[in-house]
Design a protein around this ligand. Structure first.
Ligand SMILES: Nc1ncnc2c1ncn2[C@@H]1O[C@H](COP(=O)(O)OP(=O)(O)OP(=O)(O)O)[C@@H](O)[C@H]1O
Ligand SMILES: [Mg+2]
Length: 447
């Protein structure tokens, strides 16, 4: 990123002096005469700092400031104001300006403040970079994607993460929709910005409006303070609308307008405010069907579902269960302060044959309970809830690949046990190379 500075002032002499001085002190600098021109330059280039006069014909410094904080949140703003109107400087600080300069300008002060802003920006970027790295590490740690279905999901996440197009994440309850939405954000170039989640099913109906679009102070009785609303608050980040199928129709109309115009009209405001966000929505009801039933607007549907990521239910990916179970057991063991237990063959087989109406969340709950009740080194069938343990599971009706994987796993385990865990010997018995054995063990969630 550059350290470029943009000077905005309608007074040619002052502007010229500023530009020359900054240029001489080693900065890359440009000057323009109006707020409108400034926005054009900002759209074309990345600027570190904007130095703007407050009083200008046409778009004033305050309006410019608002646009810059909404549309170019990385750019810091320094306002210039006459001593007599110090109040307007304070107002500017409240609206996101970093600092102000008083007329007549002191070049010492200018140098000091510009240097400080460039330092602040450098630090902010370093923090953002670090945060992004931490996120990514957490992320690859957080999501288990061993099954073919989940690998496809993560591949789509990787491809979609860099785009600002809206994404719809569809999947039954507990399949990991929120996790995927967060991964989309964490892997995006704006991972350092906020991820704001709103659950539309959990919101009282009359609050949905204010939560999403915000309101001005005094917009209605009890509105003692203004509220930004999630789209404005995102400031370049991600807005996650969970259970979007539950959105009331009249709110859908407003959301459509926000997506089309990229601006919101907060309740009680007289002018719309520009907003910058990436929308990720989730639903456990197929949204297409909601459109057909007349409960979801078709025009909004097309705007929301520009990219669709469908997370397969857990029963469609039993081959991923061993790795998922191991991760969840490790997680629960940590919170219960004990060593993670192992799953017996039979217990694992039951887990893989069960239908999991509550998907990964249900699996997680079953394992948490087993860790708590089992207490030993192994989790046996008896430690599982009766739906899984009381009846003999139905004959394996999983697909061939999953069934073969099950057989491979059991066979390799048997051979390993026979060889007292000696992998060299086991590889020899199995007639494969040691490296191949390791690969199979990794794939099958052994070891
Ligand atoms: N692939 C996965 N790897 C690790 N953990 C997972 C995975 N999928 C889901 N989970 C865990 O399962 C639980 C449910 O996930 P999440 O809340 O993302 O699901 P959801 O689809 O949003 O559910 P709901 O429809 O109930 O809101 C969470 O604890 C999550 O960490
Ligand atoms: Mg959820």
């Amino acid at each position: 990123m550059s350290d470029r500075i943009l000077v905005v002032d309608d007074e040619a002499v002052l502007r010229g002096n500023l530009v020359r001085f900054l240029d001489r002190t080693g900065h890359e600098v440009e000057g323009v005469a109006s707020g409108e021109e400034a926005l054009e330059r900002l759209a074309a280039h990345d600027f570190a700092v904007v130095i703007t006069d407050l009083k200008m014909p046409g778009m004033g410094g305050e309006a410019l400031l608002r646009r810059v904080t909404a549309e170019h949140p990385q750019t810091l703003v320094l306002v210039i104001t006459a001593f007599a109107s110090l109040e307007s400087a304070i107002e500017a600080l409240r609206h996101g300006a970093q600092d102000y300069l008083l007329k007549p300008l002191s070049l010492d002060e200018l140098t000091r403040k510009v240097d400080r802003l460039l330092e602040v920006r450098e630090l902010e970027q370093r923090v953002a970079r670090l945060r992004r790295e931490v996120h990514q590490r957490f992320d690859t740690d957080g999501i288990v994607a061993e099954s073919a279905g989940m690998k496809q999901v993560m591949e789509l996440v990787r491809k979609a993460a860099g785009s600002r197009s809206s994404v719809l994440v569809e999947g039954e309850s507990g399949t990991g929709k929120e996790l995927v939405a967060r991964a989309l954000h964490d892997q995006s170039p704006w991972a350092d910005k906020d991820f704001i989640a709103v659950n539309l099913a959990a919101q009282p109906r009359d609050l949905v409006d204010a939560t999403l679009f915000g309101h001005e102070k005094g917009a209605f009785t009890g509105a003692a303070r203004g509220r930004d609303g999630v789209f404005r608050a995102a400031r370049g980040g991600t807005v996650f609308l969970d259970e979007i199928s539950e959105m009331p129709l009249e709110v859908q109309v407003k959301l459509l307008r926000v997506l089309e115009n990229r601006e919101v009209l907060p309740l009680g405001a007289d002018r719309p405010v520009p907003v910058d966000f990436r929308l990720v929505a989730a639903t456990n009801k197929p949204l297409r069907a909601e459109v057909e039933a007349g409960r979801f607007r078709e025009d909004l549907f097309f705007r929301v579902e520009i990219l669709k990521i469908r997370i397969p239910p857990l029963r469609e990916r039993p081959e991923g269960i061993p790795a998922l179970a191991r991760r969840l057991l490790a997680r629960h063991a940590v919170t219960q302060r004990r060593n993670p237990p192992q799953l017996s063959h039979e217990a694992l087989r039951r887990l893989q044959a069960y239908r999991w109406p509550g998907n990964v969340r249900e699996l997680s709950n079953v394992l948490e309970r087993a860790v708590l009740l089992g207490g030993g080194e192994w989790i046996e069938v008896a430690d599982l809830p009766s739906a899984l343990s009381s009846t003999e599971p139905p004959p394996d009706v999983m697909d061939l690949k999953a069934a073969l994987a099950g057989f491979e796993r059991r066979h390799i385990e048997r051979v390993l046990a026979h060889c007292d865990g000696d992998k060299n010997l086991a590889a020899e018995r199995l007639g494969i190379h040691l490296a191949t054995l390791y690969r199979h063990m990794e794939r099958l969630g052994l070891g």
